[in-house]
Design a binder for this molecule. Structure first.
Ligand SMILES: C[S@@+](CC[C@H](N)C(=O)[O-])C[C@H]1O[C@@H](n2cnc3c(N)ncnc32)[C@H](O)[C@@H]1O
Length: 277
């Protein structure tokens, strides 16, 4: 494993996430062994905009029940469960952090989706056969992956001709400095932000054509305002992304919001189609 990969797994695995989720569910009066996937949405969508952002991206894709879908960097599994639950597809999630993979598996069984969703430990050197997926997703993962060329090359390898790669990533959009920690990195060594130009260029080199692109800055600012209003009212619910981010959660979120407001970073969607080999 590369140094950055070891650092990233440690960064995401430091807190006992599954125990925290189970305790929060109990506090909310749920039986943690029998829940609907929607109950987990405040905690299992680890990216700017949460479940709303995933749903908005999925609506732009033509997803059919017979598709094989891959979620690269699947975290604790919310996006994979949303796709399987709403569209009936079979979904594979691959993630570097074993603790997140274990955490992702348990709720899928709790929601009755275990037969359609599976999670494997792996890096962007994907442990998967060639041309085996119709749709791949990458949601807030590339910020931890310095080798974007390998990331796109691997996504192209496992996608069939006619496949789609949907990317929703925090990208570098301005020159300002980023203060650390941020949700994806405690220190600068774990952060591998790139510009939209780099993402487009690496994708094109790997055999993708850009079909659509949208800067989601305004949606993010609206999401942050709602989060901050909730925090100011003292009404933070037991289940939320704070369960995933440990003791420095406030600094991480504040630094990220400041950088989005300053225009240094922005969450950007890119939808690519495969170019025939
Ligand atoms: C901010 S979380 C996003 C999780 C998920 N995509 C979501 O949106 O809910 C980033 C995830 O990327 C994973 N990750 C980071 N580097 C990776 C790599 N090289 N290969 C696979 N997963 C990686 C981390 O383990 C973590 O689960």
């Amino acid at each position: 494993m590369r140094d950055i990969e070891m650092g990233v797994t440690t960064h995401y695995a430091s807190y006992d996430v599954l125990a925290r989720i189970r305790a929060a569910l109990g506090e909310m009066g749920h039986d943690p062994d029998r829940i609907s996937p929607d109950v987990l949405k405040p905690v299992d969508e680890f990216h700017i905009g949460g479940a709303e952002a995933t749903a908005a991206l999925l609506e732009k894709l033509d997803i059919r029940p017979d598709m094989e879908v891959l979620d690269i960097g699947s975290g604790v599994g919310g996006p994979a469960r949303m796709i399987a639950g709403r569209y009936g597809c079979r979904v594979t999630g691959v993630d570097l952090t074993p603790h997140f993979v274990e955490t992702a598996r348990a709720p899928s069984a709790m929601c009755g989706l275990a037969d359609r969703v599976r999670f494997e430990v792996g890096s962007v050197a994907l442990p998967l056969p060639d041309a085996s997926y119709d749709l791949a997703l990458l949601l807030h993962v590339g910020m931890n992956v310095p080798d974007k060329a390998a990331l796109f090359r691997e996504a192209r390898r496992v996608l069939r001709d006619g496949g789609t790669f949907a990317v929703y990533e925090v990208m570098q959009t301005g020159d300002g400095d980023l203060a650390f920690p941020v949700p994806w990195a405690e220190t600068p060594e774990l952060s591998a932000l790139e510009t939209p130009q780099t993402y487009r260029a690496k994708a094109q080199a790997a055999g993708f054509a850009l079909e659509a692109e949208e800067n989601r800055r305004e949606v993010a600012l609206d999401f942050f305002s709602r989060l901050q209003a909730q925090a100011a009212s003292g009404a933070s619910p037991p289940l939320g992304l704070h369960n995933l981010m440990g003791p420095t959660v406030k600094e991480k979120v504040a630094n990220m919001i400041a950088a989005v407001r300053a225009g240094t970073i922005a969450p950007i969607e890119m939808i690519f189609s495969t170019v025939r080999h």
